[in-house]
Write a protein that binds this ligand. Structure first.
Ligand SMILES: CC(=O)SCCNC(=O)CCNC(=O)[C@H](O)C(C)(C)COP(=O)(O)OP(=O)(O)OC[C@H]1O[C@@H](n2cnc3c(N)ncnc32)[C@H](O)[C@@H]1OP(=O)(O)O
Ligand SMILES: CC(=O)C(=O)O
Length: 540
């Protein structure tokens, strides 16, 4: 069966870069463009050559290092009122960008023509027509972005259609309906797109342009609007990776593509490429220096995370019970989260992931679940601290090895001047019956304590030298208690190959940190030992 094509047009490098907080270097832009190319996106808008020096150079750099399959597109506006396209200096850098395709945006809304451009409705039609004809005469193919299409159509449908007709008669191959202010709702997009498709078919043209859609997310409906337009006959969707864009963003292509391809049967990117979507989404968020949205549909870390016991129990029997697609199709994976919302099914799945086979009828399983729920009630949170949960599980199963025992610690903090503060920690530890007293300094109490513990244990466990504390998060659990509030500390550690997270809770921030640091070291040592001597536990 052949699937209809819906062309995906990515504008992350132009409209995406208009999001507050994003500033891309030329190198970032090149890396993103190549990743989108590898994902199979057919049109990639690179920027507005001439609007800034970076965008000019980006297109030149791409000429030296071209994309393999995507069309790179330059973006610009129609000529200025009262000039001619041939003499408008703005088109010079567009031509020197050397792209085959140019996207030209023009005004559809009479309000913008009169009040924004301060020109006549007739002159705006001439600006659209001249600009397109000029660029085509220079060998370019044109995508026409009808800015404020839906608002313009609602105010003055006759004039809005005239602007589209002017672009079609001048030779634009795509007419893209833009919901620039993002205020239009899905049913309106459906209805108006249908009207446009019919109108365009009724014009007497040598070649009938195709319709595209460009939506913004100000009403939270950018993706829904794009899908409705496709249902009404649009065959190009413009959007951005992770929905980045001006104000509330653009249609998120990481949501649009799987919906179109996996649900509505359109061909957007190769069937052997869609599994790269999650990886590409995360890479782009890394390059734009924004934390990935963990709850993003399809590609978020939590998109296929199951937390409620009822869900986990059912998903074990058949994933379709709580998943709308197979996560692997978009390169994501199923995760089972452990928390006070868990049932025995969560415990069994987690145990298996730790190499522990449990029988759900064994009373110890219930005991683990009860301990988990009691500790979460006290403020512990295990969903992000799976290393602490594994230690808890091993303790209940009596398989938690005693690698060291801490007899006590002292921390002394010294603040002498505004700029000078230091801490000194002393710990007493026993390992294999031998007692060690070690002290270390740090720039704060947690760092001093961590260093003193490592110092005490290093000669017994040399692998500790590889462990690093990679993240430290503190959360106040009952803020109304002020400085005597209960604190939860999450510590992420790494041995260079693996990362693990541990948790501590106390009204004393140092004690909470201490619990998390000690479990972090213990878990790291367990990992080292299990790499050297793999063990599995079976409890039935
Ligand atoms: C819907 C969209 O997202 S469109 C893309 C928006 N993106 C950007 O604006 C980012 C890049 N923009 C820029 O770097 C600058 O705004 C430039 C280089 C384009 C223009 O800078 P300036 O010449 O200093 O003008 P300025 O930004 O103050 O105003 C924009 C001008 O473009 C005009 N303009 C807006 N749309 C169009 C259009 N479709 N056709 C022709 N002119 C237009 C405005 O009327 C205004 O003209 P004016 O200076 O005579 O009032
Ligand atoms: C062209 C464009 O970015 C818009 O109308 O939103």
């Amino acid at each position: 069966m052949t699937h209809p094509t819906c062309w995906i047009y990515d504008t992350t490098l132009r409209d995406g870069a208009q999001r507050e907080g994003i500033s891309l270097s030329i190198e970032d832009k090149l890396r993103i463009a190549h990743r989108l190319d590898a994902l199979g996106i057919p049109f990639i808008e690179g920027g507005w050559p001439g609007a800034n020096p970076k965008d000019v150079q980006f297109f030149w750099r791409l000429q030296e290092d071209p994309l393999t399959q995507a069309e790179i597109v330059a973006f610009c506006s129609t000529r200025r009122p009262g000039t001619s396209a041939a003499t408008d200096p703005a088109f010079k850098p567009i031509l020197s960008a050397g792209t085959r395709w140019v996207t030209l945006f023009g005004k559809s809304w009479d309000l913008h023509v009169i009040e924004g451009l301060k020109t006549s409705l007739e002159e705006n039609l001439a600006m659209i027509g001249d600009s397109i004809e000029f660029l085509i005469a220079q060998g370019r193919r044109i995508i026409y972005d009808a800015e404020h299409w839906f608002d313009g159509y609602k105010q003055n449908p006759e004039y809005a259609l005239k602007t589209l007709e002017a672009s079609a008669r001048a030779g634009a191959e795509w007419l893209v309906l833009c919901d620039t202010n993002g205020g239009t709702l899905p049913h309106e997009v459906e209805e108006i797109t249908q009207i446009v498709v019919e109108a365009v078919a009724s014009w007497d043209l040598n070649s009938i342009p195709q319709i595209g859609i460009h939506t913004h997310n100000d009403s939270g409906t950018a993706v829904a609007n794009a899908l409705m337009a496709v249902r009404s006959g649009a065959r190009m969707v413009q959007g951005t990776m992770n929905g980045y864009g001006e104000r509330c963003g653009n249609a998120n292509l990481c949501t649009v593509i799987p919906n179109l391809q996996l649900k509505l049967g359109y061909s957007c990117i190769g069937e052997d490429q869609i599994f790269k979507l999650t990886e590409t989404s995360r890479l782009v968020s890394e390059l734009v220096n924004l934390a990935p949205d963990e709850h993003a549909p399809f590609v978020g870390l939590s998109a296929f995370a199951h937390k409620g016991g009822i869900h986990v129990s059912a998903v074990q029997k058949n994933p379709l019970t709580y998943e709308h697609i197979e996560p692997e199709k978009v390169g994501n994976k199923r995760r089972i989260v452990i928390s006070e919302q868990s049932g025995l099914s969560n415990v069994l799945v987690k145990a298996r992931s730790f190499g522990i086979e449990l029988d759900r009828n064994h009373p110890t399983c219930r005991e683990i679940l009860q301990r988990l729920k009691e500790l979460e009630h006290q403020g512990y949170q295990f969903e992000a601290a799976e290393a602490s949960f594994e230690l808890l599980m091993r303790e209940v199963l009596s398989t938690r090895k005693s690698l060291f025992e801490i007899k006590g610690f002292q921390v002394h903090c010294d603040k002498r001047t505004e700029d000078m503060s230091s801490s000194l920690a002393t710990v007493k530890v026993t390992v294999n019956g031998e007692e060690i007293l070690a002290s270390a300094e740090g720039n704060g109490p947690v760092s001093a304590l961590d260093s003193a513990l490592r110092k005490a244990l290093l000669s017994f466990y040399p692998s500790i030298a590889q462990f690093q504390l990679t993240d430290y998060k503190v959360r106040i659990l009952d803020g109304r208690e002020g400085t005597s509030a209960k604190t939860r500390v999450l510590i992420e550690s790494s041995n260079g190959q693996k990362r693990w997270t541990t948790v501590g809770v106390s009204t004393n921030i140092l004690d909470a940190s201490y619990q998390a640091v000690v479990e972090g070291l213990e878990y790291g040592l367990l990992l080292t030992q299990s790499q050297e001597n793999p063990v599995s536990v079976k409890l039935s």
